[in-house]
Design a binder for this molecule. Structure first.
Ligand SMILES: [Zn+2]
Ligand SMILES: [Zn+2]
Ligand SMILES: [Zn+2]
Length: 238
């Protein structure tokens, strides 16, 4: 696993007027007119809050097997399956790993038998009769009689397979596959914010990776709500 780390810092500073305007807007909730609110303000104390964001890029690599039908291969070509656990995913070149690890090996799906279990009938070779629901009996005008669809058996032969077995397509019905090792890479982006203060909550899309990379000029900060206003019983005049 690899990780990149970047840090950015932003200061939210609002002017005295901006603060009063925002607080007056919030006070409308308590049916106080903005003009009335402004008159009631005795002092304004500016507080600069800071928060930091870190963008983590988490890369993950996994070594997996890749199989292709072993068309044109012969029984004496068969070699052991290459071991995925033996490869350091960060220590190899993905393209050459795939080329150099490629061998002919026994098909895992059919264990070399060229046949696998039929999915339609789960390998039983027979399917429940849909006409009689598996009972073998149907209700007719003169009472109950044997189901004609399944001759009273309750099931019928699966038309998808022969005795529950079908051709193995993984190996192209050869019993052998080309096996190689492949690197599968995945990436996860994560923006962490600290501390989660009021300034950070005013930063729209603060957790967004795109916002992080967009740079300060496009960051959206809207001080539109006074979220720290607090009086007993919500009474401004208390
Ligand atoms: Zn097979
Ligand atoms: Zn079947
Ligand atoms: Zn039936």
């Amino acid at each position: 696993m690899g990780s990149a780390y970047r840090e950015s810092r932003q200061v939210l500073a609002s002017s005295r007027d901006d603060a009063i305007t925002a607080a007056a807007r919030a006070a409308r909730r308590y049916l106080i007119l903005p003009s009335e609110f402004r008159r009631s303000v005795e002092s304004v104390e500016p507080v600069d809050e800071q928060y930091a964001r870190a963008h983590h890029v988490i890369l993950q690599r996994e070594v997996v097997h890749r199989f292709e039908p072993g068309l044109g291969t012969r029984p004496r070509d068969v070699q052991p399956l290459p071991r995925a656990a033996a490869v350091d995913p960060w220590g190899v070149d993905p393209a050459s790993l795939r080329r150099e690890s490629r061998v002919v090996t026994t098909c895992l799906a059919c264990a070399g038998t060229k046949k696998v279990s039929c999915r339609e009938c789960s390998g039983s070779g027979r399917l429940r009769c849909g006409y009689c629901g598996g009972s073998g009996l149907v209700r007719g005008q003169r009472g109950v009689r044997n189901c004609q669809n399944c001759s009273g058996r309750g099931d019928r032969k699966c038309s998808n397979c022969a005795n529950g077995r079908v051709d193995c397509l993984d190996c192209g019905v050869t019993g052998r596959v080309y096996a190689s090792l492949e690197i599968v890479e995945s990436r996860r982006d994560q923006v962490r914010v600290h501390p989660r203060n009021a300034a950070a909550s005013a930063h729209v899309r603060v957790d967004d990776v795109a916002d992080f990379d967009a740079g300060p000029n496009s960051w959206v900060n809207e001080l539109e709500d006074d979220n720290t206003f607090d009086r007993p019983d919500d009474n401004l005049h208390a």
